[in-house]
Design a protein around this ligand. Structure first.
Ligand code: ADP
Ligand code: MN
Length: 278
C-alpha cells in the first residue's frame, strides 16, 4: 500500500513539474491563454491557414510568419482601393507577418510619454490595466501603419487588427525575413542612395501623414528588393505632440550617426586597401 502511495505521490510531483514547465514556456513565449485562443480563432475561421515559427522575439512583441487562409480576404476591412494590387486577387497561401504584442511581464512606464499629449488617445486610455494598454498600443501601431500606407510610404501593409494582434504583409521571401538596415552589406556608393531614401521617407511621414516615427533607426528599417520599409510604428506620434521636436531630432540623429558610421567604415576599408596595394 505504501508503494502505491509513493507511486501516486511521485506521479503528482512530476505532474506539477510538468505544469510548471508548461507555464514557464508560456511566459517565455509571452503567448497568454487569451492570445492563444485568439490565434486558434484565426485558424478556425480560415483567416489564417497556419502559423509558423517565431521570426523575432522582442521586449514588447513577438513576430511570427503565417499563411493566409481561404477566408482571409472576406474578413478584411480594407477599402478595395487601398489594398496593394498584388493582394487584390488570390490572397490565399500568402505569407503574412503576425505581430503579437506581449501582455505579460512588460514595463509600460515609458509608453506614457508617447500616449500622453496624443489627442487620439484622450479618451479610452486607462492607466492601470496592462492588457487594455497593450491593446491600445496595438491599435496605435495598426492605425499608424494604415496612415503611412495611405500616403504611399513603404510599410508592411496592415490587414487585420484584433485585440493585441496585427496581421500584416510579410517583408521577405519564403518565411525568411528581409534583413534590417543594420545588417545590410552594400558597396559604398550605394549608401548615399539609401540615406536619401530615409530622408525622403521621413519627410513624407511628417508632411503627408503628420507623424514622427520616434524610434527610427537601423533596427526599425527593413531592406527588401533595394527598398527600405519602415516598421515598428506603435510609438509614432502626431506632429503636434508636445515632444514631437525632441523625437524628430532624435530620429534624425540616429539616422545620421548610422549612415556616417557606414560611410566611414567604407572610407577606412578603402584606405586599408590602397595602403596594402602600395
Ligand atoms: P519590436 O522591435 O517591438 O520587437 P518590430 O515591429 O520591430 O517589433 O519587429 C521585430 C522584428 O520582427 C523586426 O526586427 C523584423 O525582423 C521582424 N518583422 C517585423 N515586422 C515584419 C514584417 N512585416 N515582415 C517580416 N518581418 C517582420
Ligand atoms: Mn523594432
Amino acid at each position: 500500500e505504501s508503494l502505491t502511495k509513493k507511486f501516486f505521490e511521485e506521479k503528482k510531483r512530476s505532474e506539477l513539474r510538468l505544469k510548471d514547465k508548461a507555464l514557464t514556456a508560456t511566459v517565455e513565449n509571452a503567448i497568454d491563454r487569451r492570445t492563444r485562443l485568439l490565434l486558434f480563432k484565426f485558424l478556425s475561421a480560415g483567416i489564417l491557414d497556419s502559423i509558423f515559427g517565431c521570426v523575432s522575439t522582442g521586449k514588447e512583441a513577438n513576430v511570427y510568419s503565417s499563411v493566409a487562409g481561404c477566408n482571409f480576404l472576406e474578413n478584411l476591412e480594407v477599402p478595395p482601393n487601398m489594398l496593394p494590387s498584388v493582394y487584390q486577387q488570390d490572397c490565399k497561401d500568402r505569407v503574412l507577418a503576425l505581430k503579437v504584442f506581449k501582455t505579460v511581464a512588460l514595463s509600460f512606464r515609458d509608453r506614457d510619454r508617447y500616449i500622453d499629449g496624443d489627442i487620439r488617445f484622450k479618451n479610452g486610455y486607462r492607466k492601470g490595466s496592462s492588457r487594455d494598454m497593450v491593446i491600445l498600443w496595438t491599435e496605435k501601431e495598426f492605425r499608424n501603419l494604415r496612415r503611412l500606407a495611405k500616403v504611399g510610404l513603404p510599410v508592411p501593409f496592415p490587414y487585420y487588427l484584433k485585440k493585441n494582434v496585427i496581421i500584416m504583409e510579410f517583408i521577405g521571401r519564403n518565411h525568411q525575413t528581409a534583413p534590417l538596415l543594420k545588417d545590410v552589406v552594400l558597396p559604398s556608393n550605394e549608401w548615399l542612395q539609401l540615406y536619401l531614401q530615409v530622408c525622403r521617407m521621413m519627410r513624407i511621414m511628417y508632411r503627408d501623414a503628420n507623424l514622427v516615427h520616434a524610434d527610427l533607426s537601423e533596427y526599425n528599417l527593413m531592406y527588401y528588393e533595394s527598398k527600405l520599409f519602415v516598421i515598428d510604428v506603435s510609438q509614432a506620434v502626431e506632429n503636434d505632440h508636445p515632444s514631437m521636436g525632441y523625437f524628430l531630432y532624435r530620429d534624425c540623429k540616429n539616422v545620421c550617426i548610422f549612415f556616417k558610421s557606414r560611410v566611414e567604415e567604407d572610407a577606412v576599408s578603402a584606405k586599408v586597401a590602397t595602403e596594402r596595394k602600395n
